[in-house]
Design a protein around this ligand. Structure first.
Ligand code: HEC
Ligand code: HEC
Length: 260
């Protein structure tokens, strides 16, 4: 079933010529997997510029001038956030995912009292730059892993590996990668994310309060989960420490793929 779903998703992507790989091999732009700009992220000239991490660092630190909010005060300079779990870890997420979220906050699709005005204070280039900065923070320290009881860990691991097909809960790792290390198909890193944040996002989807997002699958998956399962998945992903991060880089295409 998993293979069929992925095959279907891939079939839905427009066929494109193979694109040359970026010099650094990193996904530091906003194309989707395989260098394809997904249909649900409409192509615009502005979006086709790779972010500049150095400029993004300035934004993270807080740019002078009214209306700009220092990201570091909540997310940290390295994107590890301040540890309470109230603010998500951004470190090492793909720039594509981070940009998509900033664009969604700015457009009001993903509504949030703090992030919506902050995203609206950024230009498209700012979003690309600050996304590139946080995407590059792959060495940011992880918060101490929570120590859920064994039953909770087992339930979380089972959800990741197998899901609950009868309730439409697809195995998390089929998209988010083994141990939630981040996958292709636009699925963000879950490993090391604060449990409180992960659980909140699943509940928001369940209540229809977060936009469906890329692929549009998360509302269905979260709706099929019980409150116990949400808590278990959140605790499991907060505590896994994958040694090797799954590839979040598309096999082909990158900066040069977007210079049209
Ligand atoms: C006042 C605290 C605060 C500041 C300052 C702040 N954020 Fe956030 N950010 C949040 C909170 C809270 C959330 C979670 C919101 C939600 O549940 O949708 C969030 C979510 C995000 C997300 C989505 C993460 C994900 O995994 O989906 C991104 C991307 C982001 N912030 C980027 C930024 C950037 C870039 C800046 C600086 C320009 C910034 N934030 C400044 C509080 C803050
Ligand atoms: C078919 C692919 C797929 C499956 C299966 C899947 N996800 Fe996702 N997930 C995604 C995508 C794509 C996103 C990004 C959505 C967006 O653009 O807002 C996402 C986002 C999330 C987020 C938001 C992370 C953040 O930083 O805000 C959480 C939490 C999450 N998924 C948890 C889960 C859990 C738990 C499971 C298993 C029970 C699961 N997902 C299964 C594709 C999937």
């Amino acid at each position: 079933v998993r293979a069929a779903v992925i095959a279907l998703l891939l079939a839905a992507l427009p066929a494109v010529a193979q694109q040359p790989a970026a010099p650094d091999g990193k996904r530091n732009d906003i194309t989707g997997p395989f260098g394809v700009r997904p249909l649900w992220q409409p192509a615009t000239a502005e979006r086709s510029r790779p972010g500049d991490p150095a400029a993004g660092r300035v934004l993270a630190a807080g740019r002078e001038g009214a209306g700009n909010w220092a990201c570091h005060s909540c997310h940290g300079m390295d994107g590890a956030a301040e540890g309470s779990g109230a603010f998500p870890r951004l470190a090492g997420q793909s720039a594509w995912y981070l940009f998509a979220q900033l664009a969604a906050y700015a457009s009001g699709e993903r509504a949030h009292p703090e992030m919506t005005p902050i995203a609206r204070s950024l230009t498209i280039s700012d979003m690309q730059d600050v996304s590139a900065w946080y995407a590059a923070q792959t060495d940011a320290p992880l918060a101490p892993a929570p120590r859920p009881d064994v039953r909770t860990l087992q339930l979380g691991a089972a959800l990741s590996a197998a899901g609950v097909p009868a309730r439409g809960v697809t195995a998390c790792q089929s998209c988010h990668g083994a141990g939630g290390a981040g996958g292709d198909l636009m699925a963000p890193v879950l490993a090391g994310q604060y449990a409180a944040y992960t659980a909140l996002q699943l509940r928001l989807w369940k209540r229809g309060e977060r936009n469906a997002g890329a692929l549009g699958v998360m509302p269905r998956i979260a709706s099929g989960m019980t409150e116990d399962e949400i808590a278990a998945a959140a605790a499991y992903f907060a505590s896994v420490r994958p040694a090797v991060r799954a590839s979040v880089d598309p096999p082909t295409g990158d900066a040069t793929a977007t210079q049209r």
